[in-house]
Design a protein around this ligand. Structure first.
Ligand code: ZN
Ligand code: ZN
Length: 446
């Protein structure tokens, strides 16, 4: 090479040397032969895409409610076996935990929920739910398909993984606290970090949204029976009217957020159920009310819980009624707020930014909805993000939990590649920080 060429090369290096795009990608994928964008290319391959779509449609046709996902779980296990991925089953009744990598630390989890909702699908299409009154209206069918997509990508690169990826197929996200049950088995005890995603109907395809810190609210449910004394509606002096008492209870409950909570600390109390009476001229014996409460910190949530009980029982007694309050924690455990780990937020931005470009990595506004992913985050540094599906050229999508909810399957390669890149990148980046332990088998470690 001539002198001038050397001078030119040195100048180029001086000018462009500090540009961090390239050096970032080498840090992210240290030890991996593929970058996040190459994972995306792989996931977009026709055969990989078609395979994910086929899995999702099968699950969509046969939706199963929380802790009843037996067929879904079987389908997952069959696919894992075909891919040569070892797994543990059953975990928390229908859950499946798969393992890819060295079998040694660090361990990084990627999670999909599997359950459907008790509602009738109203979308007319070839793969409509075949089970009346049950529907995948929250996209968990797509979550499973994308996690299997990630498994396929990671298995292809298993030799390059610098630790172990733990695939978490969990039951019962919709109020059943499946995440809590998975944790109670101890199967994730050695996991160092966990990632999750949720499809978003109103975020453009190819974009993602998330934020560090509190992202989704914690939530609880309550049901109260307010008892009085029934009688003739025309002679109220001989009755104790639980309808009037319940009405006052509901009004008083509305003061908890408006008068007791910090206006800068978002909270909700909603009474969504009111059942009592059946005739125009009879005062009933009792009334049942129920609802939900939400907040962004555990403290605010437990404060609301305590005050809801006090307000219901004490306000009912003003009208000479008795009240009992049930927080239904066996069937619907209190969900903690979803709090995204700050360090993992940086990792997510690097990976997603490299794959999609930083302008497609959006900041999420906190949402009052809740996610049982929060249970993992109480024990393990965790991070959840939203995956865009909206394609305006096709039309607007309905929100999750709508009977008209639809999935844009074109989002699958993005979800699969992000899951795979977040996990593989995490292992590359953090494998030196986790104290090395003696090599053991999967079942000993986990
Ligand atoms: Zn849902
Ligand atoms: Zn969901």
């Amino acid at each position: 090479m001539g002198f001038l060429k050397w001078v030119f090369l040195i100048l180029v290096l001086c000018v462009f040397g500090p540009v961090t795009v390239l050096s970032d990608s080498t840090v992210i994928t240290d030890g991996l032969s593929k970058t996040p964008s190459e994972f995306l290319e792989f996931a977009k391959k026709q055969e990989v895409f078609d395979w994910m779509v086929e899995i999702r449609r099968k699950i969509h046709e046969n939706p199963e409610l929380g802790y009843e996902e037996f067929e879904t779980s079987k389908l997952i296990r069959t696919e894992l076996e075909k891919l040569g991925i070892p797994y543990k089953y059953p975990v928390a009744i229908t859950g499946v935990i798969g393992f890819i990598g060295t079998g040694k630390p660090p361990f990084v989890g990627i999670r999909a929920d599997m359950d459907a909702l008790a509602m009738q699908e109203l979308v007319e299409w070839e793969h409509k739910s075949k089970i009346p009154g049950k529907m995948h209206a929250c996209g968990h069918d797509s979550h499973v398909a994308m996690l299997l997509g990630a498994a396929k990508i990671l298995k292809e690169h298993e030799k390059e993984l610098q630790g172990t990826v733990v695939l978490v197929f969990q039951p019962a996200e919709e109020g059943g606290g499946g995440a809590k049950k998975i944790l109670e088995t101890g199967v994730l005890d050695n996991v160092n970090a966990i990632f999750g995603l949720h499809v978003a109907h109103n975020l453009p395809l190819g974009e993602v949204a998330s934020r560090p810190g509190p992202s989704l609210a914690g939530s609880g449910f309550f049901e109260a029976v307010i008892s009085g004394k029934g009688g003739h509606a025309a002679i109220p002096q001989h009755s104790i009217d639980p309808i009037l008492a319940a009405s006052n209870v509901i009004v008083s409950l509305q003061h908890l957020v408006s008068r007791e909570a910090d206006p800068l600390d978002a909270q909700v109390v909603t009474v969504a159920k009111f059942q009592g009476g059946g005739a125009f001229n009879v005062i009933p014996d009792s009334v049942t009310i129920g609802g939900t409460f939400r907040a962004f910190s555990k403290e605010s949530l437990s404060q609301l819980k305590q005050r809801i009980e006090e307000v219901i029982t004490k306000q009912a007694s003003v009208q000479r009624c008795n009240a009992t309050v049930d927080f239904l924690e066996n069937e619907k455990p209190l969900f903690p707020p979803t709090i995204n780990h700050e360090g993992l937020h940086k990792h997510f931005q690097k990976i997603a930014g490299e794959m999609l470009s930083l302008r497609k990595v959006k900041e999420l506004q906190p949402l009052m909805g809740s996610e049982d992913f929060a249970f993992y985050q109480e024990k393990i540094p965790g991070y959840i993000f939203f995956l865009g599906m909206e394609d305006r050229t096709i039309g607007r999508l309905e929100s999750v939990h709508s009977p008209f909810f639809q999935i844009n399957e074109d989002a699958f390669p993005y979800g699969a590649a992000l899951h795979a890149s977040l996990a593989a990148g995490y292992l590359s980046e953090f494998h030196q920080e986790v104290p090395s332990q003696e090599a053991k088998q999967y079942h000993d470690e986990l």
